[in-house]
Design a protein around this ligand. Structure first.
Ligand code: ATP
Ligand code: MG
Ligand code: MG
Ligand code: MG
Length: 480
């Protein structure tokens, strides 16, 4: 089944269960002080859950453009490394606003997966919230357990803790216990070696969470306490790309028709081949993923810039450029050339991609040109630093200067040094970094703000996401 059809079938199923099909909200949020990007389908319905606004329909369904690069939900580091986390992804959802609750939510999900989509029941595991003995003092979700027990064998029901089975949008806002559906795509041989239930929520690439059914009952207040919402609601979210992986019998989201056209275009414009080496595969996945995040943001009106959401988008695009530059050996703008493929493929479901196509291309091409210039200049300066180095350890202070003054990515410095047989004095670099952070913390008044989540009290000074990401990236690059 093609992805287009999977998306329609989902929406039509819920329409047949009296849900109104609504449009995706923008991915870039303009008017919520607690959130910069939509990170889940429920964001646009927050006020309904809180009881501040009365919905027109009490059952709705949609596919929501989400971006998870920040705050409580930040998957950026996984993207490209694994095969099932994206920055931008579609979250299919169905909602009840004070209407049905756990029974229907569970029965609808099961019917759709096993009867409409015909997923084999013995591939599926479900989880329920086990309760928590911390300040929230929440009990086991016995009701969900009993409902599942009627449908699936008990050995396929798993208890999950707060991290996995209590869904929260952010530090504040509507939340509640959840019940999730996971799929085990391993071979029979692998299954015989380790039972699937042991791998649920264990970051196994083939035992993957697909659908989260959240039972919205609480609001997390600014002081951290929970209050009961005025009514009980259902909020579900299913990763569209992951569902496509299951239904198209693939082992990776990138092997579904959501990504294969993009990957073919990347292969063509970069003369590389997907599936040849782990290094290039990661780079190709990063580019295929990031072009979507960036294109959808620009279509939403958020251009790359030096502050706020624009800065986040700029960093994502630069991450793609860096991977292209380093692992695909591309020194010319190329990412903008992928916009046509993306817009052909997704423009029907998201017409904004079609109508904004040339703007998206132009913005991306200019960003690529300017960052590639930075990289070129940085490379010349790095050569100079290497020339001046006695021994094999390059000064962390000099590398910091290159990073801080010229914007040359530190992970790239580390990589190039390693390739040339040098190493970077990371302690010295980190000490410089810390000093700079302290300086900007002292100086930050207006620009203060978490990288993405705004309005938090303990905001970090806005020193850019490189500073947070780079040390991790250094290790990542070592791995490949
Ligand atoms: P995971 O444990 O795999 O990180 P999650 O528990 O963080 O997922 P939820 O917040 O429950 O995810 O979101 C609902 C659904 O959205 C998930 O069941 C999954 O199918 C999908 N999803 C979540 N994060 C991503 C992502 N980064 N890329 C693609 N799909 C995702
Ligand atoms: Mg997650
Ligand atoms: Mg999870
Ligand atoms: Mg989940």
């Amino acid at each position: 089944m093609k992805s287009q059809e999977i998306r329609s079938k989902y929406l039509e199923f819920f329409q047949s269960k009296s849900h109104e099909i609504v449009a995706s909200a923008p991915m870039v949020i303009k008017d919520d002080p607690t959130l910069m990007f939509t990170n889940a389908g429920m964001n646009q319905f927050k006020e309904y859950f809180l009881g501040n606004t009365v919905p027109k329909h009490n059952r709705v369904t949609d596919t929501q453009k989400c971006l998870r690069v920040s705050g409580k939900h930040n998957d950026l580091e996984e993207v490209g490394m694994d095969t099932y986390h994206h920055t931008m992804f579609e979250m299919l959802g169905n909602w009840s606003f004070g209407d049905y609750f756990k029974t229907e939510a569970i029965h609808f999900a099961w019917e759709l997966l096993t009867e409409v989509f015909k997923v084999k029941k013995d591939l599926l595991y479900v989880s329920v919230f086990e309760g928590s003995s911390d300040n929230d003092n929440l009990g086991l979700d016995q009701e969900a357990y009993d409902l599942w027990k009627e449908i699936v064998p008990e050995e396929r029901i798993i208890y999950g803790d707060k991290k996995d089975n209590f869904w929260e949008m952010g530090d504040q806002g509507p939340c509640g216990p959840c019940s999730e559906i996971h799929v085990d795509l391993r071979t029979e041989e692998e299954k015989a070696a380790v039972p699937g239930r042991d791998l649920v929520n264990a970051d196994h690439p083939q035992v993957v969470e697909i659908w989260n059914l959240v039972f919205m009952e609480f609001n997390r207040k600014a002081d951290g306490s929970l209050e009961k919402l005025p009514a009980q609601h259902v909020d579900t979210g299913m990763g569209f790309e992951r569902l496509c992986m299951v239904l198209q019998d693939k082992k990776s989201n990138y092997d579904t028709d959501v990504f294969t056209p993009l990957i073919s275009s990347i292969e063509k414009v970069t003369s590389s081949t997907y599936g040849e080496s782990e290094k290039t595969d990661i780079a190709i996945r990063v580019v295929a993923d990031h072009i979507r995040a960036v294109a959808f943001s620009i279509a939403d009106g958020q251009l790359p810039s030096n502050t706020g959401a624009g800065y986040v988008i700029r960093r994502i695009l630069r991450r793609a450029i860096r991977y292209g530059f380093t692992f695909l050996n591309i020194k010319e703008p190329f990412i903008y050339k992928l916009v046509a493929t993306l817009s052909n493929q997704m423009g029907e479901a998201f017409p904004e991609l079609k109508s904004q196509k040339s703007l998206i291309e132009n913005v991306i091409r200019e960003e690529e040109q300017s960052f590639l210039r930075t990289l070129d200049q940085g490379l010349i300066l790095l050569e100079k630093i290497i020339d001046e180095t006695e021994g094999e350890v390059v000064s962390g202070k000099k590398a910091f200067e290159l990073f801080d003054t010229f914007g040359f990515p530190i992970d790239l410095t580390a990589l190039i040094l390693r390739e040339r047989g040098y190493s970077l004095d990371e302690n010295e670099f980190n000490a410089e970094l810390k000093q700079q952070k302290d300086r900007s913390r002292a100086a930050s008044v207006v620009t203060a703000g978490d990288w993405t989540v705004r309005g938090k009290e303990d905001v970090n000074p806005f020193v850019g996401y490189d500073l947070v990401e780079s040390p991790v990236e250094i290790t990542r690059y070592r791995k490949v």
